[in-house]
Design a protein around this ligand. Structure first.
Ligand code: GDP
Ligand code: GDP
Length: 454
């Protein structure tokens, strides 16, 4: 998902703009429980394009020098991580040295730059020549906005969208096919390395876990949040299977600690999850899962990635089976979309149970790669139809005819029906859960209801 970063000095109106952009979208996009608005990244949509809007904001410089450094750091992060940079400046004050500095930094990087001249609250203001002062920035794309009044923000987004890479075509789901056509060459799963993305908030123990797994101090861990380095890949072998681990611990060394880097941690985690076969989601046993965890987990599931929930630092809570069950119950309550995913309680520090992560990774990878024979699927569908009929919708009831698995990683199933529009979400969920239960799948799956070609 492309990233659009908002940068600029304090008080120019970055968070107002951020909230303005997400404001009317929040109700539509968000359907996860427990999600608050207190955040600095957001999955937004404009003109049918999805993007991640990031506002690093939140720094509290104590001296002017530190202010400049922090704004520069923030801009550098945006340059590294984003597909488009939105520099917000104050239209009342006119250009300042920092603004000019940041603008030329972004321009030199070649990243598309948009200058949002904020606080242009009325057309009158616009006519007063506030904008012309900014033209000496040498930026083509200067857009007057009023974040507070919502003026110009849609035009701004229209412009930004032109700089994003084209949206990927949704992968077509093959038609439900006959047995012959769904049969493919059986893969040698053992020959294929399993890519593991280890994700989680700063300080949950990602680097420590990776160290334990590879059995050497390849990554240097640090007690200060956000101070570890870029993801590094490491290879290892366990019970005859190969793994490639990606540690997403660090954003960059030596960033100002005061700066909020969580937003970019999310960006990193999403990219790592996208490139992985199995996502290892690390939680800290001494802390409750927070929104950021939910967000990453839900996006991983949306990407169809198997997820292992790894509760780390179990040594600190001296946890017994009962405590583990309570933690697990709390998780399922917070993340119902992850109820099917296995969880494991480990100590990355002592090494207790960490190899279990690899065992589960193999299990999930193999499940996600498995193919269920069509006759078995159709026996299940028949069974479901006999016991759990489709509901009547507006006096009509859909009929289901046939099911086949048409893809793996994630397992993808197509059900043929006369009326896909009459198959309600609850029924879809019911069938998906039955598939998971009967064929012992602890991974996300895709289930598509398609109209039977006549
Ligand atoms: P940030 O530090 O860059 O995130 O800035 P804020 O979003 O916190 O805004 C700083 C101040 O500018 C607040 O008092 C806002 O109410 C004000 N502000 C933000 N946008 C506008 C605008 O479009 N017009 C006017 N007049 N004030 C604004
Ligand atoms: P990262 O930011 O997620 O990579 O976290 P680190 O691996 O750097 O760990 C952060 C801190 O937590 C370090 O001080 C670790 O020693 C500590 N830590 C990591 N795993 C455990 C664990 O299982 N038990 C305890 N007690 N501490 C841990």
């Amino acid at each position: 998902m492309p990233v659009v970063a908002i940068v600029g000095r304090p008080n120019v109106g970055k968070s107002t703009l951020f909230n303005r952009i997400i404001g009317k979208r929040v109700a539509i996009v968000e359907d996860l429980p427990g999600v608050t608005r207190d955040r600095n990244y957001f999955e937004a949509e404009h003109g049918g394009r999805r993007f991640l809007l990031v506002d690093t904001g939140g720094f509290e410089p104590d001296t002017p020098d530190r202010l400049i450094q922090q704004v520069r750091d923030q801009a550098q992060l945006a340059i590294d991580e984003a597909q488009a940079v939105l520099l917000v400046v104050d239209g009342h004050e006119g250009p300042t040295g920092v603004d000019v500095d940041i603008a030329s930094m972004v321009r030199r990087s070649g990243k598309p730059l948009f200058l949002a001249v904020n606080k242009i609250d009325s057309f009158k203001r616009e006519e007063e020549g506030f904008l012309s002062e900014f033209h000496r920035f040498g930026i083509d794309r200067i857009l007057p906005v009023s974040a507070e009044h919502g003026r110009g923000t849609e035009d701004l987004l229209d412009a930004v969208m032109t700089a994003l890479p084209p949206a990927p075509e949704p992968e077509p789901v093959p038609e439900a096919l006959d047995e012959e056509a769904t049969e493919e060459v059986v893969e040698d799963l053992a020959a294929r390395p399993i890519r593991l993305a280890i994700i989680g908030r700063p300080n949950v123990g990602k680097s420590t876990l990776v160290n334990q797994l590879i059995g050497e101090e390849r990554f240097v861990t640090s007690p200060i949040a956000g101070t570890t380095r870029d993801p590094v890949d490491a290879e290892l072998e366990h019970k005859g299977r190969h793994f490639i681990l990606t540690d997403t611990a660090g954003i960059r060394r030596k960033r100002s600690i005061a700066m909020r880097v969580e937003a970019y941690s999310v960006v990193r985690a999403l990219k790592a999850a996208e490139a992985s076969d199995v996502v290892v989601m690390l939680l800290d046993a001494t802390e409750m899962a927070v929104e950021q965890d939910l967000k990453i987990a839900s996006l991983a599931v949306e990407q169809g990635k198997p997820v292992i929930v790894v509760v780390n630092k179990w040594d600190l809570v001296a946890g017994d089976a009962k405590k583990a069950q309570t933690f697990r119950d709390d998780l399922v309550w917070k993340m119902p979309f992850l109820a099917f995913a296995p969880s494991i309680f480990v100590s990355a520090l002592t090494g207790a149970h960490v190899k279990g992560v690899l065992d589960r990774a193999v299990r999930l990878f193999d499940q996600a790669s498995s193919r269920v024979p069509t006759p078995k699927l159709n026996r299940l569908l028949e069974d479901i139809s006999n016991h759990h009929g489709l509901p009547v919708v507006g006096g009509q009831r859909a009929r289901v005819y046939y099911i086949a698995q048409v893809g793996i990683r994630p397992p993808t199933f197509v059900v043929q029906t006369n009326r896909p529009d009459l198959v309600p979400p609850e029924y879809r969920r019911y069938v998906a859960n039955k598939l998971r239960e009967v064929f012992e799948l602890e991974v996300p799956l895709r289930l598509v209801f398609k109209r039977k070609a006549s």
